[in-house]
Design a protein around this ligand. Structure first.
Ligand code: HEM
Length: 240
């Protein structure tokens, strides 16, 4: 088999694609968190960050298309590996349906993956496309929709006011709840996914396996705390 054929057709190659794309998405999640935590700094900071992201349209679209390709490969490898595993062993082994069985774990990763995909679609409509139908702003809100929240002075004048948009967005209980649930599932997915990746890399048992598993759980917990604190702080009016 040629190297590319091996990568895209063998199950080991698909596992490499799933692990590598998963690791890149993990890095994106950390980078995005660092950017968003600027909500706790003076409001000009997160607006300057939003401005920077939108100012270079060419680069923005390269990153977007790159992310889309990475997500596509991650989902494709997960779906085909899952189908391959099912056809290889149509009969579920005794115990595999238990709380820690292989089929339970892959079904679980699949279900959390689906909710994350639904969340990302909602999230893009909410903050990137600013679709009025999904912001759930009350009728008496100062803005009719997020497109009206624009910086009125300073270097970002005329650009979207990311700070006010996040504050308006997370004052809605249903929106905040959905974000918290989705972020929780994302972090469970990240933690299980990295443990599965270490297994595929051959780190099966022993002290290193235990350390890596514990490290994945701690990192996923920190990512959850970092993301969850943003909607919660706004909802509790700690950020205005
Ligand atoms: C509290 C949690 C989060 C907040 C406050 C937040 C905030 C934002 C904001 C403000 C934007 C729009 C930037 C702009 O266009 O001006 C954005 C875009 C985006 N977010 Fe998030 N985000 C959160 C969680 C997540 C998570 C968990 C993921 C991934 C699973 C994610 C993935 C994305 C993506 C893919 C974009 C589109 C970037 C682009 O414009 O191409 N976000 N986010």
């Amino acid at each position: 088999m040629k190297p590319l054929q091996l990568l895209f057709q063998s199950s080991i190659g698909k596992k490499v694609i799933m692990g590598a794309t998963g690791a890149l998405l993990f890095l994106f999640v950390i980078g995005h968190l660092v950017g968003n935590l600027q909500i706790f700094l003076p409001k000009e900071r997160i607006n300057a960050y939003g401005h920077l992201l939108h100012a270079n349209v060419g680069l923005l679209w390269c990153v977007r298309l790159g992310l889309l390709a990475i997500v596509g490969l991650h989902v494709w490898s997960a779906v085909t590996l899952n189908a391959q595993n099912k056809s290889a062993r149509p009969e579920v082994y005794a115990g595999a349906q238990g709380p820690y069985g292989a089929s339970w774990a892959s079904r679980y990763m699949f279900m959390t993956g689906l909710v994350i995909a639904a969340f990302v679609v909602y999230h893009l409509l909410h903050f990137t496309l600013q679709a009025p139908a999904v912001n759930l702003l009350p009728a008496n809100h100062e803005a009719k929709d997020f497109t009206q929240l624009v910086v009125t002075s300073g270097p970002q004048q005329g650009y979207r006011d990311v700070h006010r948009m996040l504050v308006a967005g997370f004052q809605q209980p249903l929106v905040t709840l959905f974000y918290l649930v989705a972020i929780g599932l994302l972090c469970i997915h990240l933690s299980h996914g990295s443990q599965a990746m270490f297994q595929s890399l051959g780190v099966q048992e022993g002290v290193w396996r235990r350390r890596l598993d514990a490290g994945s759980k701690v990192l996923a917990g920190l990512i959850f705390a970092g993301y969850a604190i943003i909607p919660l702080a706004v909802f509790l009016r700690l950020v205005q």
